[in-house]
Design a binder for this molecule. Structure first.
Ligand code: AMP
Length: 427
């Protein structure tokens, strides 16, 4: 009987995981640079959290969530995104009461959405996200955007543009919602069933519809930016000025609404025309969500954040030349059973001293073992045949300069250390 991985999931094998680690390390370094700390929340949460936080009219929640009942009948969902869990944990752990008002956190890990798997769409995928909670300030919006831009630039992606827009505060959004309804009312019959429902519940989502994306009324729809209240406009103007001062390229994209309920004020997306991703690919996006924490039962708390799809970030790394593969320090090559016992002693000693080592476990001849030493890109091959065991020595070959030497057992460590530090004199 054979098993296959569930549809829409992939295995990350040795040889690929190195790229993931490299990406993760880069992201962690940038996070440290911005004083953003890691936060780890559960992979599953109560379904109700996502219904509430992401909104039950969103596709993510209404169509794509993996929800099931546990043995006690509780509705549990695999997380489809990271912000809701962070927000829940922020409230539950009373992080709003911490002396440092601005809490900056990041997460990375798997997310789950029941989507039709296709190029770039999986059912289990990974996101790296950042949330900055507790302070309502255009400076924090810009810090968030700057960090997102830093990530894509550090990955070497070309032709990156920051697209920004403002949805404004509640007052602006109410006015805008009405304007949208007025606009779409005459076209309701021509829109899909989902959009008809959105018209009443959340007309902003109509602009995000994939089915009706090409409807002419989409192009002529009113723009959020024309409905901003004075304070919302001031906030947005300051964001733009700060970006100008920092010489960050951006375009104001009035079609950008990011339909999730929790967004307000600034929203943004990072779009790259890098050929590695295909023209106009969205690498990630985010925005301000001042209503979210209150929505899930916490005190009114502003927040701003973004999320990147890590599979997409990885594509950016994919073409990069593999720099020197990290090789092993030593490959131990025993010939015969007795030699294997001694090899085990030697490998334990070398590892305890911090060297990366492997030994032959399949009792091959010299040729096969040398092939492995080669594949592992081992700096040293340590050969032990019957003779060596008898004489309590090993044969150490440096695979870089091809020098080979007979070394007494007690001198193995000194020999290797001496060789690595550049000294080649006989000990
Ligand atoms: P979202 O949370 O929908 O704004 O998505 C943020 C980013 O996550 C997107 O720009 C994608 O890079 C990535 N993403 C979202 N859904 C998927 C998926 N099903 N498979 C792979 N990546 C995804």
């Amino acid at each position: 009987m054979g098993y296959s991985a569930p549809r829409g999931t992939v295995d990350i094998l040795p040889g690929q995981s190195e790229k993931w680690i490299k990406l993760e390390q880069l992201l962690r370094t940038i996070a440290a640079n911005y004083n953003v700390k890691e936060m780890r929340t559960p992979i599953f949460e109560h379904a109700e959290l996502f219904n509430r936080a992401v909104g039950d009219t969103s596709d993510v929640v209404s169509k794509e969530m993996y929800t099931f009942q546990d043995k006690k009948g509780r509705y549990i969902s695999l997380r489809p995104e990271g912000t809701s869990g962070i927000a829940r944990a922020y409230v539950e752990n009373k992080m709003y009461g911490l002396p440092e008002k601005l809490q900056k956190v990041y997460y990375m890990g798997p997310m789950f959405r029941y989507e039709r798997p296709q190029n770039g769409r999986q059912r289990q995928f990974h996101q790296f996200g950042v949330e900055m909670l507790g302070v309502e300030s255009p400076y924090v919006d810009v810090e968030c955007m700057l960090m997102a831009v830093t990530v894509v630039e550090a990955l070497g992606l070309q032709n990156v543009t920051l697209h920004i827009n403002s949805l404004g505060d509640n007052e602006s959004r109410d006015a805008y919602r009405e304007a949208l309804k007025d606009h779409f009312r005459d076209h309701l019959d021509e829109l899909c069933g989902d959009c008809k429902a959105r018209f009443e519940k959340n007309p902003l989502r109509i602009l995000d519809c994939k089915v009706d994306a090409k409807h002419p009324a989409m192009k002529t729809a009113p723009k959020t930016i024309d409905y901003l209240s004075e304070s919302a406009k001031n906030h947005f103007d300051k964001v733009c000025t700060l970006l100008d001062d920092l010489e960050i390229d951006y375009v104001i994209d009035t079609n950008l609404v990011r339909g999730l309920d929790y967004y307000s004020h600034t929203v943004f997306e990072i779009i790259s025309d890098d050929p590695k991703l295909g023209a106009g690919a969205t690498v990630g996006g985010g925005g301000r969500y001042n209503g979210l924490i209150e929505e899930i039962g916490g005190p009114a708390t502003p927040g701003v954040g973004f999320a990147f799809g890590m599979e997409r970030l990885l594509l950016a790394l994919d073409d990069e030349e593999d720099e020197d593969e990290d090789g092993l320090d030593c490959y131990i090559m025993p010939l015969g059973e007795e030699a294997k016992d001694l090899a085990m002693q030697i490998i334990a000693m070398l590892r305890a001293n911090g060297f990366t080592c492997e030994m032959d476990h399949v009792s091959r001849g010299l040729k096969g073992q040398f092939k492995s030493a080669d594949r592992f890109n081992a700096h040293f091959s340590i050969i032990l045949g019957e003779e060596e065991v008898k004489n309590e020595v090993v044969n150490i070959k440096c695979n870089h300069d091809k020098e080979q030497e007979v070394v007494p057992l007690e001198n193995i460590l000194a020999h290797i250390e001496n060789h690595l530090s550049g000294g080649h004199e006989h000990e």
